[in-house]
Design a protein around this ligand. Structure first.
Ligand SMILES: [Zn+2]
Length: 158
């Protein structure tokens, strides 16, 4: 039986999170002249942690695999289709009772931030240099995961 996973939940670390089945996001990365760049969206002011830069993503549906949820969200939020992306490693940030899965991906074709169609949950999207992420205000979930994600992003085999 399907039932809604919408709603706030509190994890074992005491945070409030949206989505009772956990959440997933897509971290799109590419090699640029200045090093690795990641595609992040600037969250709309009204949203949870508005004004911060984060990965496109959101709450998982009941029984939904994280990579399926991440692809669904990135299609809703940025108009990117599964065939635009090559999925890579996954990294799980498990808080106890709630987890966020970051799915790494590379573009399957050149993806220009200016061409992406925003759905209103974000007011901007940009390729940001991995080396300069400490110069912008990151979503706290991404900031907390970055030390684990960085080696995956810098691994040339990914
Ligand atoms: Zn938490």
């Amino acid at each position: 039986m399907l039932h809604s996973t919408d709603g706030w939940t509190t994890c074992a670390l005491g945070h409030r999170h949206w989505g009772r089945a956990g959440a997933a996001g897509l971290l799109l990365h590419r090699d640029a002249d200045g090093g690795t760049e990641v595609l992040l969206q600037h969250r709309a002011q009204w949203s949870h942690h508005g004004g911060t830069w984060g990965t496109p993503g959101g709450a998982l549906h009941e029984g939904e695999a994280p990579h399926v949820g991440a692809l669904r969200e990135v299609q809703e939020e940025l108009g990117l289709r599964p065939e635009d992306l090559v999925l890579g490693a996954r990294s799980v940030d498990d808080h106890g009772g709630w987890a966020y899965t970051t799915v790494l991906a590379r573009p399957a074709r050149p993806i220009h931030a200016a061409d992406l169609r925003l759905d209103g949950e974000s007011d901007g999207v940009a390729w940001l240099p991995l080396a300069a992420l400490d110069e912008v205000e990151l979503h706290p979930g991404l900031a907390a995961s970055l030390s684990r994600l960085r080696p995956l992003l810098e691994d040339p085999a990914r």
